[in-house]
Design a binder for this molecule. Structure first.
Ligand code: 7GP
Length: 841
């Protein structure tokens, strides 16, 4: 590797290289310097925003040094890298995480205090990086944390949306969407104006023949948009390794304006061209588990995939290795089907631009890619019309047809007399209009396909991808159960619990090896330990109660049982089941005598989550929750016995307050519909119990923590289909308790019944697809068991401690190690440990 600075001068460079702050003084000096120079302010006008900016810049400087060294180390080592392609990275805030991962939060805390600031207030200034919808995007963020912490050479590739997921406001009980303009000030990104790629769209394909008579395709004409790289450093925990997340931003190519148009007086249209180019990376599509098939979305996908592949190929070509070694140097993971065009793009680069033969190229392609599926919901499975791809990416469509042809030929050889299987597995769906099935393309173009929890991985093998298991054999399909990073979701979100665990397990090693949590179980009967455990939970509930008061204006008693359901609003996740259950509880309380009521356990039911702007039913659910809250929270008969709260604008930083404060959380999807779930893991890790269905990772959580420590209810996945068929349209025989709930709504107890009619008819008249009625009785009964269990606080705390101690499996570190071994075949780079190993940041 060539260095730009000659040997004799390098000493001067190394002398000045440092990473962490030497001491508190060194930190303060940097903060003051940034306030006075970078921000051009002074102690006379330094508010919390400025303190946040300066503190972030000071830490960013440290990160950047390690980041450069990590990239150098990886280049020298010349070993295999993994590239994680994801349209979503739901990162949340960076400052707190950077301070903790570097291991200098304590130092920053006292340094900021010296300068007149509380670290909590400074952290609060940061706008969440919310480039994701929900589980899929947050998983990608946890993976980046683990990849860096485990010293894997890894890059994330995504889009730099100008607008992340919208901000949710609740006005008169309804969701209102407000744009999330988050780039006003973002110290965590580095624009790389020198790293750009020209991306082509539209145009046509020309064929020519070379000297040997071989036909060559040329993709010509159309329009070109420029991709500009923005790099975000990803610090590992207790290691100097700092990886890169590269986000692409779109820009008009060929200078700022089309000068010809400009000169001919057509100024407006030259600006319009530029704006059109910038539109590509302007906004994150706000749908979770739903694909709408919009042209701009396809443009986003190709723009991002083509820029990333260009970058990856450029890096590989520097090594001067032969092409066949590409899969030994490069692993690319497709986070769902969104980046599937990468399969086609790499094949195009190899055959059209690099002159490889089809088979050799295809062998490289399939050995490079792995594909992760995150859902079986039919409405989320991506399909693009052949016409649209033809228009936007004419050469890619040809290649897709060829991939399909060769694939179907092998299938035909394998199943000579089976016409049906060819129709079923064809990448091109012979519908009107014809569609390209992206999941099938991803399977055919990858060497491994994985689901995200055991049940889910089994389901994809027996349902949506069944034929492909027959064709490729079962070994191509595997399971990697999701995980979460214990750094953010324990150490950062729940520092007191993390400290308590550290005090008993001999330090913070559990943060890098979560299985060490099992030592906590030794203290399950330790009085002082239990007392502190309970105090921490209570303090976290007080903090949440304060947030509820400030944001929703509802006074809640922190001694109540806190029952939480926070996640995207979706019929399959069944917030409607929860709110119907709350209404049932309310009716039951109302029917009691005052004496009887006094014996009841006070409960706060907390909802949070965004509805996709076009998802009418989800918005009705939000409205009903708020309407019920309005009635229940102001009912003098009820008082503290029941409060219903909808928390506005649920996001990562709010989750960090909510998760540690829950007593019980709800993971109640119709069995077989939630691929994994990851918040279920977060809640249990923070000493909360869960009520849930036998779905996704709930099943594995139960296996790990024991079935006495979880409240399971409802029908099983294997029975769902039959139950659906047994429902009669037009007036299905619903659960009698649920019928009473509907009656109350229809009587107008919560306002105009018309507002909620859709939710009722979906269950009663339209086939109850999500089995709300079938599971209602079991749900109510199980909640009664929760109440009973919570009354016995000693038993309850035992369950919580035991559960936490058995959660080691659900670290995203375990998960990433499985991907590395089973799918990517990569190894970590050796580096010396950075911090003193206390983990005390
Ligand atoms: C989600 C799944 O719904 C959730 O169960 C899982 O834990 C998470 O992925 C991470 O694997 N899926 C999505 O967020 C999604 O949009 C459609 O999937 C592509």
């Amino acid at each position: 590797v060539e260095a730009s600075i000659p040997e004799p001068q390098r000493e001067a460079w190394t002398k000045h290289q440092a990473s962490g702050f030497k001491d508190k003084d060194g930190f303060e000096q940097e903060v003051v310097r940034h306030v006075e120079t970078t921000l051009a302010r002074s102690m006379f006008n330094c508010d919390e925003q400025a303190a946040y900016a300066a503190c972030s810049l000071a830490f960013r400087d440290r990160l950047v040094l390690e980041w450069n060294r990590t990239q150098q180390r990886q280049t020298f080592a010349d070993s295999k890298r993994v590239y994680y392609l994801s349209l979503e990275f739901l990162m949340g805030r960076a400052l707190d995480n950077a301070m903790l991962n570097i291991g200098q939060k304590d130092l920053a805390k006292s340094g900021l205090a010296d300068l007149g600031f509380r670290i909590e207030d400074v952290i609060e200034q940061e706008h969440d990086a919310a480039l994701g919808n929900g589980g899929l995007g947050r998983l990608a963020a946890c993976f980046l944390d683990s990849l860096a912490s485990l010293n894997y050479p890894a890059w994330g590739y995504g889009l730099r949306y100008r607008y992340g997921i919208f901000k949710q406001e609740i006005i008169d009980g309804y969701q209102v969407e407000v744009p999330d303009y988050w780039l006003d000030f973002n110290p965590w990104e580095f624009p790389r104006h020198d790293v750009t790629v020209d991306i082509q769209f539209y145009g046509h394909v020309q064929k020519s023949t070379d000297a040997s008579g071989k036909s060559i395709a040329h993709w010509e004409g159309g329009e070109v948009v420029k991709a500009v790289a923005y790099d975000v450093p990803i610090p590992g925990y207790a290691t100097p390794s700092t990886n890169n997340l590269r986000l692409w931003s779109s820009k008009a190519s060929g200078g700022e304006f089309d000068f010809q148009k400009f000169n001919s007086g057509d100024y407006e249209s030259s600006v319009a061209d530029q704006q059109r180019a910038e539109t590509i990376s302007a906004v994150l599509y706000p749908n979770d588990n739903l694909e709408r098939g919009k042209e701009l979305r396809l443009k986003q996908q190709y723009f991002w995939v083509a820029a990333s592949l260009y970058d990856i190929v450029r890096r590989f070509k520097k090594s001067k290795r032969p092409w066949r070694e590409f899969p030994e140097q490069v692993a690319i993971q497709l986070n769902d089907t969104h980046p599937t065009l990468a399969v086609v793009e790499l094949q195009r680069i190899l055959i059209d631009l690099e002159g490889l033969e089809w088979d050799e190229a295809w062998n490289i392609v399939t050995n490079t890619f792995g594909y992760t599926n995150h859902t079986v919901l039919p409405e989320a499975l991506e399909k693009w019309s052949v016409g649209l791809i033809q228009h936007l990416l004419p050469r890619h469509l040809q290649i897709i047809y060829d991939i399909n042809l060769f694939f179907l030929q092998t299938v035909e050889r394998q199943f000579p007399n089976d016409r049906e299987i060819l129709r079923r597995v064809s990448i091109i769906e012979e519908s009107q209009p014809k569609m390209v099935r992206m999941a099938f393309l991803a399977i055919v173009g990858s060497h491994k396909v994985n689901g995200v929890a055991e049940l889910h991985s089994d389901l994809i093998k027996t349902t949506i991808f069944k034929d492909f298991v027959e064709i490729f054999g079962p070994d191509k399909f595997t399971n990697v159960t999701n995980g979460i990073t214990p750094r953010r979701w324990l150490h950062q979100a729940n520092p007191r619990l993390s400290d308590l665990i550290a005090s008993k397990t001999g330090g913070y090693d559990f943060l890098t090896d979560l299985t060490k949590l099992n030592q906590v179980e030794n203290f399950v009967n330790d009085k002082a330990f239990r007392k502190e455990w309970a105090e921490i939970k209570y303090a976290n509930k007080v903090r949440l109660a304060k947030h509820i008061k400030e944001s929703a204006g509802v006074e809640v008693n922190p001694s109540s049982l806190f029952d939480v359901q926070v996640k995207r609003i979706h019929e399959y996740k069944r917030q409607q089941l929860n709110i119907f259950g709350v209404i049932h509880r309310y009716l039951t309380l109302k029917n009691m005598s005052p004496e009887e009521r006094k014996k009841q356990l006070p409960r706060v039911t907390i909802f949070g989550g965004k509805a996709a702007p076009g998802y009418w039913m989800a918005k009705q659910i939000i409205h009903l929750v708020n309407a019920v809250g309005n009635v229940v929270n102001n009912d003098k008969d009820i008082g503290d016995l029941l409060k219903v709260v909808f928390l506005e604008d649920y996001n990562v930083s709010k989750a960090e307050i909510i998760v540690p404060a829950s007593d019980i959380s709800e993971h109640i999807s119709t069995a077989g519909t939630e691929a994994s779930g990851t918040s279920n893991m977060k809640f249990v890790l923070n000493g909360g119990l869960i009520i849930g269905t036998c779905d996704g990772a709930n099943i594995e959580i139960t296996r790990e923590i024991g079935e006495n420590n979880i409240f399971l209810f409802g029908n099983l996945a294997e029975d769902v289909e039959d139950l659906r068929h047994s429902h009669t349209y037009g007036s299905h025989n619903i659960d009698p308790d649920l019928a009473k709930v509907f009656e109350a709504i229809e009587k107008g107890m919560f306002g105009s019944q018309q507002d909620f009619a859709g939710m009722i008819t979906a269950v009663r008249d339209h086939g109850d697809y999500y089995l709300v009625s079938d599971d209602f009785h079991s749900y109510i009964e199980t909640h009664a068991l929760v109440d009973e269990a919570y009354r016995n606080q000693e038993e309850w705390i035992t369950k919580c401690i035991t559960s936490v101690s058995r959660m080691g499996f659900f670290s995203s570190d375990r998960c990433i190690n499985e991907y590395a071994e089973e799918i990517w075949n990569i190894e970590p780079l050796r580096v010396e440990k950075a911090s003193d190993g206390t983990g005390k940041g």
